[in-house]
Design a binder for this molecule. Structure first.
Ligand code: FES
Length: 106
């Protein structure tokens, strides 16, 4: 399903979205669109308020960071990886496969 216009994502860098009841963020990084869960796996801070450095997304609360290619959390943090969802760009829209979002939301 289409979740965001490409030009909007490029201009805003981080955009919130909701796909079949799951809160996500879209991130424009290194020339591509990445979708991931919105809440930090540590204490559920809103990652939409985080900041980017290259392909790392930093949590706004305690500054753990996540590799947006793998979801892996920064060294020393014993928490699970961030859920990353595949995206594609077509017709100036960012698309997400809602079935994948649902299957990984649990
Ligand atoms: S809530 Fe994100 S690092 Fe603690």
């Amino acid at each position: 399903m289409p979740v965001c216009g490409l030009s909007r994502l490029i201009s805003q860098t981080i955009v919130c979205a909701r796909v079949t009841g799951v809160d996500l963020i879209l991130v424009w990084t290194e020339g591509s669109a990445v979708a991931c869960e919105r809440l930090c796996p540590h204490e559920q801070a809103d990652l939409a308020r985080g900041h980017l450095s290259g392909e790392r997304l930093f949590c706004p609360r305690h500054a753990a960071s996540f590799d947006l290619r793998t979801g892996r959390i920064s060294y020393g943090w014993p928490y699970r990886t961030l859920r990353i969802y595949p995206t594609r760009i077509d017709d100036e829209q960012v698309w997400i496969d809602a079935t994948v979002v649902n299957s990984r939301a649990i």
